[in-house]
Design a protein around this ligand. Structure first.
Ligand SMILES: Nc1ncnc2c1ncn2[C@@H]1O[C@H](COP(=O)(O)OP(=O)(O)O)[C@@H](O)[C@H]1O
Ligand SMILES: O=C(O)C[C@@H](O)[C@H](O)C(=O)COP(=O)(O)O
Length: 328
């Protein structure tokens, strides 16, 4: 299937949630304890998705809160530079700081992230920071699971979802599970189920759906069936190097392989995948083509050092897909 979206909107995609700082180890194959140097990038899953979408040519906006300091200014100016509208990005006036994520590259397959997220600015986004008029201008509202971890950001997302539903703006939910700011998996499950029930498109890894279900026993088919019986029309379940699967409302199931890549690190795959997948859907491509776009984008980003800065252009993705077609 192809999904249809409004044609008379100012923005293709508006993302709500965290825009933070990634500090990526510049020393490879080394544990964090021994890593002395890092490079700074904008990070945070919804910010990465907005940046990736903008680089692909989508008209993109962002709703979030950053610190009123050098880091907040860096985040805002970088996002503006790549074309993301930051008119709804507010500065924290209570001294909360933007979150930091340190990445560790022990080997191309053994990567981890270490997040400093105590009382961060993004989780202090308030319902009154969210504008219904702004959300009304989007073809898709993207929400990310981590923004539901704490109040008042949780209520700000409730508000954004309520506005999107009132304005008939479809919601895409990236599960984006980061254990750091949640109290327990049970708590996460409550909010993830709620968000999934409001969403037209749900994207997550198998592990993230296990958190949503508070159970490890379900198959992909069972997970998709449960979600598709509420508002969801499209459920994407990602399986790392084993690719991803799309389940549609009409029963169509589409499998997509991951593309071979000269992997430097594993993080950044999910966000680049989501931005390219949504780009392709918004441009009228089929679900199969969107899966291919997402997979190709992820294959490019895992071969590079960052998540946000490494987001590819349409030409780079098409070149990878063409190369792959020739080699099969
Ligand atoms: N090592 C890899 N090489 C090539 N593609 C990858 C690799 N890891 C992930 N991908 C691609 O990125 C997609 C999302 O990755 P996944 O690891 O499932 O999500 P997340 O990064 O959110 O945990 C996969 O479906 C696959 O297409
Ligand atoms: O989401 C974060 O706050 C950290 C990201 O910025 C970081 O680049 C990362 O881990 C991305 O990984 P992904 O979710 O697998 O795309």
């Amino acid at each position: 299937m192809t999904m249809t979206f409004s044609t008379d909107k100012r923005f293709d995609l508006i993302a709500v949630g965290r825009a933070c700082i990634d500090l990526n180890a510049t020393e490879y194959n080394r544990p964090m304890e021994e890593t002395m140097t890092f490079s700074k990038y904008v990070g945070g899953s919804p910010a990465n998705i907005a940046i990736g979408s903008s680089k692909l040519g989508l008209k993109t906006g962002f709703i979030g809160k950053v610190s009123d300091d050098q880091h907040g200014r860096f985040i805002q100016s970088y996002m503006e530079k790549v074309g993301v509208d930051t008119s709804q990005m507010v500065k924290d006036t209570e001294g909360h700081k933007s979150g930091l994520t340190f990445t560790e590259i022990k080997s191309p397959k053994e990567c981890s992230i270490l997040m400093y997220r105590t009382d961060v600015a993004d989780l202090n986004l308030r319902p009154e920071d969210v504008s219904e008029g702004y959300i009304a201008q989007a073809k898709i509202l993207l929400i990310s699971g981590t923004a539901l971890a704490k109040s008042p950001s949780r209520e700000a997302v409730f508000q954004a979802v309520d506005y999107a539903k009132r304005q008939n703006v479809p919601i895409a939910f990236e599960l984006d599970y980061r254990p750091y700011t949640w109290q327990s998996e049970e708590e996460t499950s409550v909010y993830y189920k709620w968000a999934a029930e409001q969403s037209t498109i749900v994207i997550g890894t198998r592990d993230e759906y296990n958190i949503l279900e508070n159970s490890e026993g379900n198959s992909d088919e069972q997970t998709a069936e449960a979600l598709l019986s509420s508002r969801a029309e499209l459920v994407i379940i990602k399986h790392g190097v084993d690719g991803s699967i799309a389940f549609e409302e009409d029963g169509t199931i589409t499998h997509a392989k991951a593309y071979p890549s000269n992997v430097l690190k594993t993080f950044g795959a999910g966000d680049s995948y989501a931005s390219a997948f949504l780009y392709a859907l918004l441009n009228g491509n089929s679900v199969r083509e969107a899966l291919q776009f997402g997979g190709a984008s992820a294959a490019i980003v895992v071969s590079k050092h960052s998540s946000s800065e490494a987001m590819p252009t349409v030409e780079e993705i098409k070149a990878l897909l063409a190369q792959h077609e020739q080699s099969v």
